[in-house]
Design a protein around this ligand. Structure first.
Ligand code: FES
Ligand code: FES
Length: 162
């Protein structure tokens, strides 16, 4: 089935998707039709989390979501965490901790961690590990990622991380 257009709300703004099948993956539509390349395409089968975006209050693998099913929902991508081009607190924390190597996993991790910290500004390591268990990183060994989460969490609590 094709439509003349349908509308997706991405990072607070409506975007028309023109002449497209609503059965395309949300990841494809974001990257190739709407110009949001932040979510990465790696496995395309829900295993790696590099394509993670937020739909309303849920983190999803956008490679497994039909774009048409996200109509009328709030989609947040990594671009939405730095709307004016200013890095968000989790992004800053990743830089501070040196938690980025190739960076392929990073957008998905950032979206996931931002969501975690909205719900819990004082997560212990087990909680963080559970939250990011769907985001695979082949490079960092996770130690610096865990450190970055604690830096960002301290920032949200209004504390300096030590
Ligand atoms: S590309 Fe979607 S989970 Fe890997
Ligand atoms: S930094 Fe390379 S996959 Fe995570």
């Amino acid at each position: 089935m094709s439509n003349d257009f349908y509308t997706l709300k991405v990072n607070g703004e409506n975007h028309q998707v023109l002449d497209a099948w609503t059965g395309e993956s949300l990841l494809w539509v974001l990257r190739e039709r709407l110009g949001f390349p932040g979510a990465k395409n790696a496995c395309e089968e829900g295993e790696c989390g590099s394509c993670s975006v937020r739909i309303d209050e849920e983190i999803v693998c956008s490679c497994l979501v039909l774009a048409g099913s996200a109509i009328d929902q709030e989609i947040t991508t990594i671009e939405g965490l730095a709307p004016e081009g200013e890095l968000g607190d989790v992004q800053q924390a990743f830089i501070e901790a040196g938690a980025v190597q190739c960076g392929f996993c990073t957008p998905g991790l950032l979206v996931t961690i931002d969501h975690l910290l909205e719900e819990n500004q004082n997560p212990d390591d087990l909680t963080v590990r559970e939250a990011i268990s769907g985001n695979l990183c082949r490079c960092t060994g996770y130690g610096r990622i865990l450190e970055a989460v604690q830096i960002a969490a301290a920032s949200r609590r209004g504390e300096n991380h030590e």
